[in-house]
Write a protein that binds this ligand. Structure first.
Ligand code: T4K
Length: 397
């Protein structure tokens, strides 16, 4: 337990930095064996056997017909957008990682920013309805922090207005909604397998779908549009996953039950440690669903908590706890959207509120309950010494 705060002159609670997004790593020997086999085969990329196995196992795990693996989720989103032939405007939440709107803007499709539902932080169906124009071609929900969008309401709006639906499921591998695994909703869904994600393949992503024709098109587009030697039938790009990344992805898949158990243990330790701290609430996962518990997301209510979110983050950083303010500021406040849509914030009250209050805390294999108890004690200590912390933060270091 800490007795004081680094910001007030004590030694930091941790010698080494505790990062959010520290990668989870499966069985090293199994990974290295896969890499050795790969080197012996001399097949390093371009639809190799490890990528094929990875795709098959992802599709089985999620319960969909097709998984098309890609080099990362941003490219996967871009290729999905092309394959779905979207244009004009697409409605996206402003509370997401900037890769979501960028995938549209990069293709000169306007991401129109919708607000979020305060409980789940996912796109608000009522906000979607208000933003539909004759130029709208699709709705892109984000299952942010692994919690599912209201897929039923979105489906009803899409059917009524003739819109396509796709989901950015970057955070949501291994999660479910209504007992159905995420991956099977909308026309397609996009997972990220980035190093920081629940299932990690160093870099990587995938589009999953039950649509045979869409899957064929995605495969062609990820490989320059080649439909066989010397025959290009679509505008394509290089979106391929490498074999070494697939080896890592497969090794992560082998470890998945253990990864959920560690994440859940940590999540419960935070829930216990933060209980009763004024103005602090932990984003809840629905115990009736499958969850990956990959993110520990805390909201600081400044009307109750003695310190603001930003003040708390400064306290934690001084202690070598590199908590993050994801996703602040909302995408609508980042370029080019800030310049292109200067009034967007007027329609995004919940996004503005949540983006100003959220802290994401370290979890995963490198964090244990003892570490979490210390982090939670830092919250209490910071609040009990709020006046001194505030005074210290007012004086430039
Ligand atoms: N959609 C959503 C909703 C997303 O959140 C993301 C990505 C995407 C789409 C796009 O997926 P990808 O194209 O990346 O597949 C990080 C990740 O790079 C990004 O993948 C992720 N979301 C985002 C939420 O977090 P940054 O800019 O915050 O990264 P950075 O460099 O600050 O690292 C994050 C933390 O992870 C740091 O505390 C350091 C730690 N870290 C990172 C890596 C790579 C490690 O400890 N070891 C590592 O190897 O974006």
């Amino acid at each position: 337990m800490t007795n004081s705060l680094a910001l007030l002159g004590s030694k930091p609670a941790f010698d080494a930095t505790l990062h959010v997004g520290r990668p989870n790593i499966g069985d090293r020997a199994a990974f290295l064996a896969r890499v050795n086999d790969m080197l012996d085969r001399r097949w390093l990329s371009n639809d190799g056997p490890l990528v094929r196995e990875f795709e098959r196992r992802i599709a089985d795990y999620v319960g969909v017909q097709h998984c098309v693996a890609m080099c990362n989720a941003t490219i996967a989103l871009e290729i999905a957008i092309r394959a779905l032939e979207l244009r004009g405007e697409v409605i996206v939440p402003a509370y997401t990682f900037v890769a979501t709107p960028n995938a549209f803007q990069w293709q000169e499709i306007t991401p129109v920013f919708a607000d979020i539902v305060p409980i789940t932080l996912t796109i608000d169906p009522a906000s979607i309805e208000r933003l539909i124009t004759p130029r709208t071609t699709a709705i892109a929900g984000v299952h942010v922090w692994g919690r599912a969008c209201d897929t039923d309401a979105i489906e009803i709006i899409a059917q009524k207005r003739g819109l396509k639906v796709l989901y950015d499921a970057a955070h949501a591998f291994g999660c479910s909604r209504g007992g159905k695994m995420i991956g099977g909703f909308g026309a397609c869904e996009v997972f990220s397998f980035h190093a920081t994600k629940f299932l990690n393949s160093f870099e990587g992503g995938a589009v999953v779908t039950n649509d045979d024709a869409l899957a064929d098109k995605l495969r062609l587009m990820r490989n320059f549009g080649f439909a066989g030697f010397d025959r290009v039938i679509y505008l394509g790009v290089n979106g391929k996953l490498t074999e070494v990344c697939a080896a890592m992805g497969l090794t992560s898949l082998d470890a998945i039950d253990g990864l959920v158990a560690v994440n859940r243990r940590n999540y419960l330790a935070y829930a216990e440690g933060l209980l009763g701290i004024p103005g602090i609430s932990l984003l809840r996962y629905d115990p009736a669903e499958r969850n990956n518990y990959q993110y520990v997301v805390v909201e600081v209510d400044p009307s109750i908590a003695p310190l603001s979110r930003d003040e708390l983050v400064s306290v934690l950083h001084a202690e070598n706890v590199l908590a993050r303010k994801y996703f602040w500021p909302g995408c609508h406040r980042m370029e080019p959207y800030r310049s292109l849509q200067p009034n967007a914030s007027l329609l995004l009250p919940q996004t503005e509120l949540k983006a100003s209050r959220i802290i994401v805390l370290p979890t995963g294999q490198t964090i244990d309950p003892g570490t979490i108890a210390t982090i939670c004690a830092l919250f209490r200590e910071a609040f009990s010494r709020a006046a001194a912390v505030r005074a210290r933060l007012r004086v430039p270091a």
